[in-house]
Design a protein around this ligand. Structure first.
Ligand code: PLP
Ligand code: COI
Length: 358
């Protein structure tokens, strides 16, 4: 379907917008518009619009409110050095959204509709991209089971939407090394589960572990595999990399229980382009502790669209904690951050064609 463009008659005034963009943080400032597309078995994908951002009205029996048939994505649009606007690898998000839909037995949105919905929303609301080195428009495509029915079965109707949030740095106080808590009692995902789908339920299930991390004085939780409680998997909303003293990078393999991060994939590519060796291999928590103590492990970092590249300064577990390197930002971590952001913001060549102009 073609999108109906229904721009709001009451956009936020320019001076008010400037005020909101001064220190946006993450996920609190929203733009004037949203994209919506509906799906039904009878009509397929229909009723595509860009319209004023507004609350939803849902019947209390709407399926998503009961059985959590819901998926989402996260990607960013950047204002480039030359003043133009671009998205970073949106096709990869479109494909992951389809994978998530399949896992949750939902209708698959065609890639072209996903891309067009985002492109049109960014075009409409591009003035909402904050200035500053961390400024971006964070796009949040999502889809809910919208059938009004309490039977447990895949919904016959879906509502797909995209909202946009003006963001700065993900971390309060700006980019800094974070501390992480190793969850012993909670798992994020088990083999055969939904760990490699981006569904809301995974995040709901991570919150008790994240609260525990905060109680332990840490910023984030890192999950171990559910079967052996031994292999480091990922954080609640970020993938993880390890850097060894011989310059080799390693990250846990995609075995179905972690999210295949697009930042993860980009960093593996950037590192290999730079001549570094990258391994996708399991890494045990005990080995991590031993390697940090001996100095064989020199750096660790988390990565994702929201958190970009975030150094991990220290790790805490039931049986004690350990620091990583000097607890600051390691050289390879900084290099990955600088190289990635230079490509994303149009300051460096884009050899893989990752940027898509809006
Ligand atoms: N792992 C989880 C659980 C996430 O929620 C995210 C964020 O989207 C990531 C990893 C990183 O993925 P990406 O780099 O595609 O943002
Ligand atoms: C993202 O990085 O896009 C995510 O969805 C992770 C979440 C912690 C905001």
């Amino acid at each position: 379907p073609a999108f109906r463009l229904e721009p709001t008659a009451a956009p936020v005034a320019a001076n008010e917008r400037t005020e909101r963009l001064a220190d946006p943080g993450f996920g609190r400032v929203f733009t004037d518009h949203m994209a919506t597309i509906r799906y039904s078995q009878a009509l397929g994908w229909h009723d595509a619009r860009i319209s004023a951002r507004a609350p939803l009205t849902l019947d209390p029996s709407t399926a998503v409110l009961h059985y959590a048939q819901e998926i989402f994505e996260g990607l960013k649009a950047y204002r480039l050095a030359d003043g133009s606007t671009a998205l970073f690898r949106p096709q990869a998000n479109a494909r992951r959204f389809q994978n998530s839909a399949r896992r949750m037995a939902m209708a698959e949105l065609p890639e072209a509709l996903f891309l067009e919905s985002i492109r049109l929303l960014v075009k409409t609301d591009r003035d909402w991209i904050p200035d500053g080195p961390d400024g971006a428009l964070y796009l949040r495509p999502f889809m809910i089971a919208s059938e009004v029915f309490l039977g447990v079965k895949p919904s016959a109707e879906y509502l797909y939407m995209v909202i946009a949030s003006s963001v700065g740095a993900y971390w309060k106080g700006g980019a800094r090394p974070v501390s992480i808590w190793v969850s012993q009692d909670y798992s994020r995902a088990a083999p055969g589960g939904t760990g490699d789908a981006k569904c809301g339920g995974n995040y709901a299930a991570s919150l008790a572990a994240q609260s525990e991390a905060i109680r332990q004085g840490c910023d984030q939780v890192v999950f171990l595999d559910a079967a052996e409680r031994r292999w480091v998997e990922e954080l609640g909303g970020m993938n993880i990399f390890f850097v060894f003293d011989d310059g080799i990078l390693s990250t846990p393999p995609l075995t179905g229980t972690i999210l295949p991060g697009i930042t993860r994939d980009s960093i593996m590519t950037i590192a290999r382009d730079a001549g570094l060796t990258v391994r996708e291999e399991p890494y045990a928590i005990d080995q991590w502790r031993a390697d940090a103590a001996s100095g064989r492990l020199s750096e660790a970092f988390a990565c994702g669209t929201a958190a970009v590249v975030t150094p991990i300064g220290s790790v805490k577990a039931n049986d004690g904690g350990f620091a990583i390197g000097g607890g600051g930002t390691g050289q390879t971590t900084q290099r990955m951050l600088d190289t990635l952001t230079a490509i994303q913001r149009g300051r460096a060549p884009d050899p893989h064609g990752w940027l898509q102009p809006v």
